[in-house]
Design a protein around this ligand. Sequence first.
Ligand SMILES: Nc1ncnc2c1ncn2[C@@H]1O[C@H](COP(=O)(O)OP(=O)(O)OP(=O)(O)O)[C@@H](O)[C@H]1O
Ligand SMILES: [Mg+2]
Length: 432
Amino acid sequence: MAPWHVRDLQEDDLDQVVRLLEESRETAAEPVVTLAEAVGAIRGGMPAVVAAVGARLVGTAVSLAAEDRAWVLRLAIDPEWRGHGIGSGLLSALEERLAQRRVRRIGALLPGHETGEAAFINSGYASRPDATYFEKVLPPAPAEATILDQIGGTIPETGLWERIAGMDAEKTLIERRLVMPLEHRDIAEHYSLEAPRAVVLFGPPGTGKTTFARAVASRLRWPFVEVFPYQLAADPNGVAGALRQLFSRVEHLEQVVLFFDEAEEIASERRDPTSLAHRITNELLKLIPVFRRRDRRLLICATNTVRRMDPAFLRPGRFDYLIPIGPPDADARRAIWTRYIGPDRLAQVDLDALVDASARFTPADIEYASRTAAQTAFERHIATERLGTQVAGADPARVTGDYLDAISGTRSSLTDEDITAFNRDLRTAARV
Ligand SMILES: Nc1ncnc2c1ncn2[C@@H]1O[C@H](COP(=O)(O)OP(=O)(O)OP(=O)(O)O)[C@@H](O)[C@H]1O
Ligand SMILES: [Mg+2]
């Protein structure tokens, strides 16, 4: 009886098997299948056998099977145990296991004169001198930082959320619908609450859509990637190609907030099937379901004109929520003025007057008017100093006057039509 016997490879054998695979090579040629690949197949539960003499392993054969096809990845025999028929024994045991999986054809790729060539010939394997082995090594997947760099992503600074002044209703809504379920995914899961994967923020220009999107990323500490339709249009791979590349790169990120600004440019109603928007929309319709399958990612689309977007594109299942970001009400304007006036001069300003005078203003308009007023006051301070005069203590009427002047000099970005259209969108498009 042979002093060795063949059995299935077991988990405990792995150390000895690795040693065998490393040490039993006869030629200097690189094996076609690397050690890591062989170990990967073993760990993946692919058929593999060992030859044992007592507790010592003296040979192993590892395979990879798919459907009715299999490959012997490696055949290794301890140099001291060559010529005992172990190679053929391993191959026939492996064949038996592969046959049970309905494998019909087994191949092997050996570097010239590798161990076990004789075993293959003795076991009825025919060599194929007409076949040529081709190989191409792909570059490793780039690291997270490289991908972020390629797609222009950034890690937003902390505190952006806290810096959004007023807008309490929008803040509360976004906190509850987006931030909380994404932050506490385990608790959400307990209640079968699926964390959101894709949302639309809609509202007139300058109301804070981009600001909110970036602040959500800041709250979650996720990288933020901002995409503009014109960038996609300029891509040499074409719009569809650019989108596919973007989404496939994003796949490699652990977590991400992907932000599409001016989304109506992308997903406008598909009336003209030859238009750019039509092609982008079609591509996105394919990409979003794949994007949604993975955890820890959020797609945010922002638009001024949700009414122009394709309703099929926006349906539930693609977008979880359509959240309005409206013009600031009086309380919100007060908070935004407070934030831009700053603590030093706040007490000298008649806030009520500013809030009333800026009824049609967006946060962006308030930011601009504040800057104008601050510039005026700053220049007056410098001019007074140049004259050698003592800078007088601030006169509250004057400070408020600077702001009211700045307000009259600022054109509100909201028109009546904007407001009417937004109010209609609130009724017809919002989904919160
Ligand atoms: N709640 C807020 N508090 C303070 N500043 C704000 C607030 N919301 C917006 N801003 C400021 O207003 C400006 C415009 O905001 P943002 O770019 O987010 O608007 P938007 O809705 O994305 O506009 P658009 O539709 O034109 O893209 C920014 O400079 C931002 O800092
Ligand atoms: Mg914006």
